[in-house]
Design a protein around this ligand. Structure first.
Ligand SMILES: *Cc1c(COP(=O)(O)O)cnc(C)c1O
Length: 477
């Protein structure tokens, strides 16, 4: 049943999806939107979302499984049979243990960039040989630990490689080891996420004077360096630029292998970065499109001579997550209606601080969690934080929101509600996974409990209330 179709003057889900324009939504996209509508209704109906818990994060478990399967199928379709491929989920996109465990069950490993992310991957049961460590600031202890466990490590720079040299001298490494390169193919629409600009902080900048030769030499001198890694950017990077970054990395591997006279570089880690369409329901571009483009631009990458590692984050999870918040009050300011909700900077930090780069689709639901109907009115949708810019959207056309209604920020499964920002000591919302239960109902599982005021006090030095009043400088004689 298309949600809302039972109401007078209602728009059907299909009408809503079509009105967004952009790439046409597939049957899978429409099914995901329908599951989301049902989940919002059920979250309200079952009391996960209510006056006392006015904001939640919802994760579509079927959607996550489908997304993981699409990734696997896309590369299987283009890579020579038998090619070893590890898809390592970039943990930073959704650092939640149950999500990592679900992905693990779908055959996906973990790309980690800190001791915390590594601990999450271990807690989810991701084995070391399906884990890749990539941070630009690994400490000596982190490196030693990773090499002892057999976790793949990509060295970011010459100083880090020197540390690895010392570790390799003291024990034969169990880890596959590589060097991260920056092909410097250029940036995308979002400067902060463009990792392949001339001056990006990541990897060895290949086009800098002498750098390419340094990488080749570094490999020829170290037979245990068997990988090259490049991650040419995230959101805002066109596919063609991503493919060029991969092509440059592949060319470098070919050069190293030719000069070594053997297949020393045996695996290419092509990073993540597939952009997400935040403008409409369509999950585009697809992994299949990107994989086919790679086959066209870099056929040698997929002919079976190289193993592959990928590190997708946002594209696996974004469309599978939704923040839903209650509308607490509505008012009017300067002639514009404003809905004050419980979702703002704490769950949508990038959108609030950089609304031009990170606009989100919003959906309006009524007090019972049913898609809200009625004429659209241009209104601001504000968050709960105490600063004027805390807006989920400015001047957005939506059915006029009323107190007790709900607003959903769509496509927020990656880098949003799992990345809590503790402004105003606003609590981390609960996160729930959902599946249709087969009888028109929705079953939920708690992924993360909502944070309590007592927990906020505890992690804000609550046990040390007198720490500063008792700390005194010695009196001068
Ligand atoms: C952030 C990051 C990723 C994931 O990027 P997405 O845009 O989320 O796919 C992959 N690899 C590295 C090294 C990263 O820093």
């Amino acid at each position: 049943m298309a949600a809302g179709s039972d109401q007078k003057g209602a728009t059907t889900l299909d009408e809503r999806v079509d009105r967004e324009g952009g790439d046409p939504a597939s049957a899978a996209d429409r099914a995901r939107a329908a599951r989301r509508d049902e989940a919002v209704r059920a979250a309200v109906g079952q009391g996960l979302l209510g006056p006392g818990t006015p904001v939640v994060g919802l994760l579509d478990v079927m959607g996550i499984r489908e997304s993981a399967a699409a990734l696997g199928a896309a590369f299987e379709a283009v890579a020579a049979p038998g090619t070893p491929v590890l898809h390592a989920f970039a943990v930073k996109a959704t650092p939640l243990v149950p999500v990592l465990a679900l992905l693990r069950e779908e055959g996906i490993g973990a790309e980690v960039a800190s001791p915390g992310e590594l601990a999450l991957a271990r807690a989810a049961g991701v084995p070391p040989d399906r884990t890749v460590l990539d941070s630009p600031a690994k400490t000596p202890d982190e490196l030693r630990e990773a090499l002892a466990q057999g976790i793949a490590v990509n060295a970011d720079n010459p100083q880090e490689l020197a540390r690895i040299d010392a570790l390799v001298r003291s024990a034969v490494p169990r880890s596959p080891l590589g060097i991260r390169v920056n092909p410097q193919v250029g940036g995308g629409a979002i400067e902060a996420l463009s990792t392949a600009t001339a001056t990006s902080k990541f990897g060895v900048a290949l086009r800098d004077e002498g750098a390419r030769e340094w990488v080749v030499r570094a490999c020829l001198d170290r037979p245990w360096l068997t990988r090259l890694h490049a991650h040419t950017g995230s959101q805002g990077i066109p596919l063609s630029l991503m493919a060029r970054g991969v092509a440059e990395t592949y060319e470098l591997a070919e050069e190293i292998n030719a000069r070594a006279g053997r297949r020393q570089i045996d695996t290419l880690d092509i990073g993540g970065g597939l952009p997400v369409n935040f403008g409409s329901e369509a999950a585009s571009p697809t992994y299949a499109q990107y994989a086919r483009l790679l086959r066209e631009v870099v056929p040698g990458l997929l002919d079976g001579r190289y193993g592959l590692v990928t590190e997708f984050g946002r594209s696996l999870l974004a469309k599978q997550g939704t923040v839903v918040a209650r509308v607490e009050y509505t008012k009017s300011a300067g002639g514009r209606p404003v809905a004050v909700t419980h979702a703002g900077v704490q769950v949508a930090t990038r959108t609030v601080y950089a609304p031009g780069a990170w606009p989100l689709r919003l959906a309006a639901y009524d007090a019972k969690g049913r898609p809200k109907t009625g004429p659209e009115v241009v209104q601001d949708v504000a968050g709960p934080a105490c600063f004027a810019g805390d807006l989920l959207a400015e001047a957005r056309a939506l059915p006029l929101l009323e107190p007790g209604d709900h607003v959903a920020a769509l496509d927020t499964g990656a880098y949003y509600f799992a990345h809590h920002y503790a402004y105003n000591s606003l609590p981390r919302p609960g996160v729930y996974g959902f599946v249709p239960d087969g009888s028109q109902q929705v079953a939920f599982a708690t992924v993360r409990e909502p944070q309590t005021p007592a927990e906020i006090v505890a992690e804000s030095g609550g046990a040390r209330a007198s720490a500063l009043t008792t700390l005194r400088a010695p009196e001068r004689p």
